[in-house]
Design a protein around this ligand. Structure first.
Ligand SMILES: Cc1cc2nc3c(=O)[nH]c(=O)nc-3n(C[C@H](O)[C@H](O)[C@H](O)COP(=O)(O)OP(=O)(O)OC[C@H]3O[C@@H](n4cnc5c(N)ncnc54)[C@H](O)[C@@H]3O)c2cc1C
Length: 477
């Protein structure tokens, strides 16, 4: 799919966006709404949607559809699920629905605007240097993966890197452990085409993909005792019931001040996390095990109960090698049933990347500004690009926030949300924009200097008190 009239070379555009995943799409959508800019979008895949293009068929969004996608078009209908483990909560789009949605956005909004030129199946190979020239990004080149033809684009304003998050799902990478002959290791994608049964299933990886696979096996009637789950680290999980769109007439429920005040009374990260658990903010699979990870994974309490039916949870670190009759870890080798299907879920969908300034000369590098809220962050970057005059201001409003990884990052995650919210809510225009965005965060209804000062003070106290724990923050920026 390309824009019909403009495939001749050299094309001239204001922005060249590399990546038509959710972040690139959200950025372009807001840019089109708020400016008269022209855009070229280049992507390796044959359709927009990024990692959803290669995801396992039974994947769904982890958060309500209402929070996902581009600002100009709602994803889904806002329905509440009546059945299944998400019953009573806002719908979660399937990968097919996400892809259909992005296809419609591309055709009906982007290409129909006449301002977007889309180059699927095309690879941009100069990401490291694109946009680093001093005068203007100038002529940029990308290559068709089908014909090998090189297309030249003259870029007037910026090159936008919407690939920096490096989202990796199992179908993209081989397992990072050795596999002996005769051992069957598959990606979750292969599960829906299984044609013969297995005596046992071993799920390798404890992230959200591993959770999805365990739930899929249980829902298909696999005996929980036939499932082994290799979990190098237990993680704190978010309760999806608490991450739901606010009803239009619902009152504001708290602003984070309470948890921050509570956290200031504690002396250790474990104490803080147990406090979060006590108020239902986070959950864990095994109450006897203290999680050491936090990766933004979201489940319902029904799903949590299902996962707890799996008793054979293997906590011996990372797998190094799988033999037909054993699994080798660094410090132990465990026996394994020869008739086992291994499902590899070890790809890192939320790689913790070094942060770089989002706005930098002729380059924009899209990154989350609220942890784990990528589409919101990309749309905000486009709004800030359009509405603010200089990169210093833009970078202050859009400080990048790396994906959380360890349990202690949950504190940093909470602080960063409070910090950003306090900063943004001092700007009435920005606040009005935030209320139209696809955001999980609840923003105050109006500028409230008193509230802002209180939040800023609490954030400052927390940063000071837990400076050691939050050191990752400074180290990585
Ligand atoms: C299973 C799963 C479920 C998720 N659920 C949610 C959810 O419910 N809510 C939520 O907010 N987030 C969710 N996320 C987070 C998700 O990662 C982001 O929301 C978002 O989809 C990431 O989009 P992206 O554009 O950053 O990356 P990608 O989807 O990876 O898109 C990057 C694009 O860049 C292209 N590309 C890369 N390099 C090049 C190159 N050199 N030349 C040309 N093209 C290139 C790729 O082909 C790809 O299309 C989920 C993630 C996963 C893995």
């Amino acid at each position: 799919m390309t824009s019909p009239a403009n495939t001749h070379s050299p094309l001239e555009v204001d922005y060249l966006v590399i990546g038509a995943g959710a972040m690139g799409m959200a950025f372009v959508d807001t840019l089109l709404s708020e400016t008269d800019a022209t855009v070229a979008i280049v992507d390796r895949y044959s359709q927009p949607g990024g990692h959803w293009t290669v995801a396992y068929p039974f994947v769904r969004l982890h958060q309500p559809s209402a929070f996902y996608g581009v600002s100009s078009k709602t994803l889904g209908t806002g329905a509440i699920d009546a059945t299944g483990p998400n019953a009573g909560l806002h719908e979660l789009a399937t990968s097919d629905e996400v892809l259909d949605y992005f296809d419609r956005v591309m055709r009906d909004t982007f290409l129909a605007s006449g301002r977007v030129h889309y180059f699927p199946m095309s690879s941009f190979d100069d990401l490291a240097t694109a946009g680093s020239g001093s005068e203007s990004p100038g002529t940029q080149r990308f290559r068709s993966q089908v014909t090998g033809a090189i297309t030249e684009v003259v870029v007037r304003r910026r090159v936008v890197d919407a690939t920096y998050q490096n989202v990796t799902v199992p179908a993209m990478v081989p397992p990072r452990y050795e596999i002996a002959d005769g051992v069957e290791v598959v990606t979750p994608n292969a599960l829906t085409t299984l044609s013969s049964p297995w005596a046992r299933f071993t799920v390798v990886g404890a992230g959200k993909t591993g959770i999805d696979v365990c739930l899929w096996l249980l829902e298909r009637g696999v005996d929980p005792d036939a499932i082994s789950w290799i979990t190098p680290r237990d993680a704190w999980l978010l309760d999806r019931a608490r991450i739901q769109p606010r009803k239009p007439d619902a009152p504001q429920t708290g602003d984070g001040g309470m948890w921050m005040a509570g956290a200031l009374q504690t002396e250790s990260i474990d104490e803080i996390l147990l406090g979060f658990e006590a108020i239902g903010m986070v959950m864990r699979i095994d109450p006897e095990v203290t999680p050491r990870a936090y990766r933004c994974a979201t489940v319902t309490r029904t799903e949590l109960e299902s996962l707890r039916r799996i008793r054979n949870i293997v906590r011996h670190g990372k797998v190094r090698r799988i033999e037909p009759d054993s699994i080798v870890f660094d410090e132990i080798t465990l026996p394994a049933h020869p008739d086992t299907l291994y499902i590899d879920c070890t790809a890192d969908g939320l790689e913790r990347r070094p942060t770089v300034p989002i706005f930098d000369g002729h380059r924009i590098t899209l990154q989350p500004v609220i942890p784990c809220q990528q589409v919101f962050s990309a749309a905000l970057a486009a709004h800030v690009e359009a509405a603010y005059p200089d990169d210093a201001t833009r970078n202050t409003l859009c400080a990048p926030s790396p994906h959380p990884d360890s349990a202690q990052d949950l504190l940093g995650y909470g602080i960063e949300i409070a910090e950003r919210t306090a900063l943004w809510s001092g700007d009435a225009d920005l606040l009005a924009w935030l209320h139209t965005s696809r955001s999980v965060i609840t923003f105050p209804d109006a500028v409230d200097p008193e509230r802002q000062a209180r939040m800023t003070a609490l954030v400052g106290q927390l940063r000071e008190k837990f400076a050691g724990i939050l050191a990752w923050d400074a180290a990585i920026v």
